[in-house]
Design a protein around this ligand. Structure first.
Ligand code: PGA
Length: 269
C-alpha cells in the first residue's frame, strides 16, 4: 500500500482498503503571500475527521513551495505538499527547470505529471511523461499521472483506447512495487475548466479502463492498490457523486480549490 504521510490518523476507505487522496491543483495562481493566507484558512476550516477521511495535497506554483513548507512544518499542519511538474533530469543545463530532488528537499510528497495543459501547451509527449514518472519515484515521491481524452476522441468512441495507451506509456516500465504506488488522475480534457464535469458513470468507466492496464501488466493485486482520482470541474455540489464510486479514490481539483472555503466543502462533501 502506498506510504502516506500522517498514516496514524488517515483511515483507508473500508470498501476498497485504499487511502483517499484529494488534491488541489492551483495552476499558475496565488503568489506566496496569497498562498500562505489560503493554506492558513484551509487549515482553520478542516476538522480532524477530514484528515482521517482523506490525505489532502496542495500543489501550488514552485515559488510558493518554500514558504508553505515552513508554515506546514511550524504549525504541524496535516496537509501534504505537492508540485505541479518537475524536470526528468536530476540537475544540469536546463534553464528554467526544477528537478525532482529539489522538490523532495522541500518535503514535497506528490508531483502532478502529464497534466493535459502541459501536454497541450508545453508539448509533453508520452515519453516525457514516462521519464518524469521515473524521476519522481527516484526521489521517493508519488506521481499523480494525468490522463484523459479530448472531446473529439470521446465523440469518436476512442476514450478507453486513449486512456489505456496513456497509462501504459507512463507506467509499463515500473517494477510492481512502484506501480502499485501510482496515483492516476482521470481528467477528461473537455471537462477541465469547462464548468461541466463528466458524469459519474463516465468517471467509473474511465477508472475501469485505467485499472485494467495495471491488471494486464501486474495482476489483480497491484491493480487493486492503485489509486484513481477524478478531475475536471469538480465543485462542492458534485464532489460526493464521484467520491461515492468505489473505483474513484480521490479528486484533483483546479479552480474550485483556489478558494479555501470551497475546497474545504469539497473535502467535507
Ligand atoms: P478544474 O481543473 O477543476 O478547474 O476543471 C482540474 C485540473 O485541471 O486539474
Amino acid at each position: 500500500m502506498a506510504k502516506v504521510k500522517h498514516d496514524m490518523e488517515l483511515r483507508p476507505n473500508p470498501r476498497t482498503g485504499r487511502y483517499r487522496l484529494i488534491s488541489a491543483n492551483w495552476k499558475m495562481n496565488l503568489n506566496h503571500l496569497e498562498a500562505i493566507q489560503a493554506i492558513q484558512k484551509l487549515n482553520f476550516l478542516l476538522r480532524p475527521a477530514d484528515y482521517s477521511y482523506a490525505e489532502i495535497s496542495i500543489h501550488p506554483p514552485f515559488t510558493d513551495l518554500r514558504p508553505l513548507q515552513l508554515l506546514i512544518d511550524s504549525d504541524r499542519m496535516r496537509i501534504s505538499l505537492g508540485a505541479q511538474n518537475c524536470h526528468f533530469e536530476t540537475s544540469g543545463a536546463y534553464t528554467g527547470e526544477i528537478s525532482a530532488p529539489m522538490l523532495a528537499k522541500l518535503n514535497v510528497t506528490h508531483v502532478i505529471v502529464g497534466h493535459s495543459e502541459r501536454r497541450q501547451y508545453f508539448c509533453e509527449s508520452d515519453e516525457i511523461v514516462r521519464a518524469k514518472v521515473e524521476a519522481v519515484f527516484r526521489s521517493q515521491m508519488t506521481p499523480i499521472i494525468c490522463v484523459g481524452e479530448s472531446r473529439d476522441e470521446r465523440e469518436k468512441g476512442l476514450t478507453e483506447d486513449r486512456l489505456r495507451s496513456q497509462v501504459d506509456a507512463a507506467v509499463s516500465f515500473l517494477a510492481p512495487e512502484l506501480a502499485e504506488r501510482c496515483v492516476i488522475a482521470y481528467e477528461p480534457i473537455w471537462a477541465i475548466g469547462s464548468g461541466v464535469s463528466a458524469k459519474p458513470e463516465d468517471a467509473h468507466q474511465g477508472a475501469v479502463a485505467i485499472r485494467s492496464v495495471f491488471e494486464a501488466l501486474w495482476g489483480n493485486d497491484v491493480a487493486n492498490k492503485v489509486r484513481i482520482q477524478y478531475g475536471g470541474s469538480v465543485h462542492p455540489t458534485n464532489a460526493a457523486d464521484f467520491m461515492e464510486l468505489d473505483d474513484i479514490d480521490g479528486l484533483l481539483v483546479g479552480s474550485a480549490a483556489l478558494d479555501p472555503e470551497s475546497f474545504a466543502r469539497i473535502i467535507q462533501a
